[in-house]
Design a binder for this molecule. Structure first.
Ligand SMILES: CSCCC(=O)/C(O)=C/O
Ligand SMILES: [Fe+2]
Length: 178
């Protein structure tokens, strides 16, 4: 995983859009974004360990590619890349391929997180974010869920959403932000 500020250039979103300033795992953690990398033969044991620890009871797999999604590929990408939040954590273990999660920091800047095979990322409920594959147009991920598998994006603006408010409160409670 590499993270950096997005250059905000309005060109192909699948390009890296890398600004000079990088973002550390610690800075992501301060926004509630968690990250691990497991790529040995025992990756499933490690993922299962995190799932147990964090009470993720369900899972499924998603492949984001033209082959897997056919005619709906472009429309699905458009939905994933629309800025949104979820009312649950978004937990993804990357089985293959690569892509980008963009998350908003508290100054409303985009931080781009480049994810590759072996990365496990948790986005907290209520964080504004979006997703796009890179120019390889291929990502396969394990999606983990606390409850039944469901994927409901709530597009921005959702500033009054209780999970958005809860997210902001949790950051204030951490003492790292005013
Ligand atoms: C990498 S899984 C597909 C995208 C997705 O589930 C999501 O919520 C993007 O924000
Ligand atoms: Fe999402």
């Amino acid at each position: 995983m590499r993270a950096y500020f997005h250059d905000n250039v309005d060109s192909d979103p699948k390009e890296p859009h890398e600004h000079l300033t990088s973002v550390t795992p610690e800075e992501l953690k301060n926004l509630g974004v968690l990250y691990w990398h497991f790529d040995g033969d025992d990756y499933l044991e490690k993922v299962n360990g995190i799932a147990k620890e964090r009470n993720y009871k369900n899972r499924d797999e998603i492949t984001v590619s033209k082959e897997a999604l056919g005619d709906s590929y472009e429309s699905k990408l458009k939905i994933f890349f629309q800025e949104h939040l979820h009312e649950d954590e978004e937990i993804r273990y990357i089985l293959d391929g690569s892509g980008y999660f963009d998350v908003r920091d508290l100054l409303d800047r985009w931080i781009r997180i480049a994810i590759v095979k072996g990365d496990l990322i948790v986005l907290p409920a209520g964080i504004y974010h979006r997703f796009i594959v890179d120019t390889n147009d291929y990502l396969k991920a394990l999606r983990l869920f606390k409850e039944e598998p469901k994927w409901t994006p709530i597009n921005r603006p959702a500033d009054d959403n209780p999970h958005r408010l809860g997210y902001l409160q949790s950051l204030r409670d951490s003492g790292l932000y005013k």
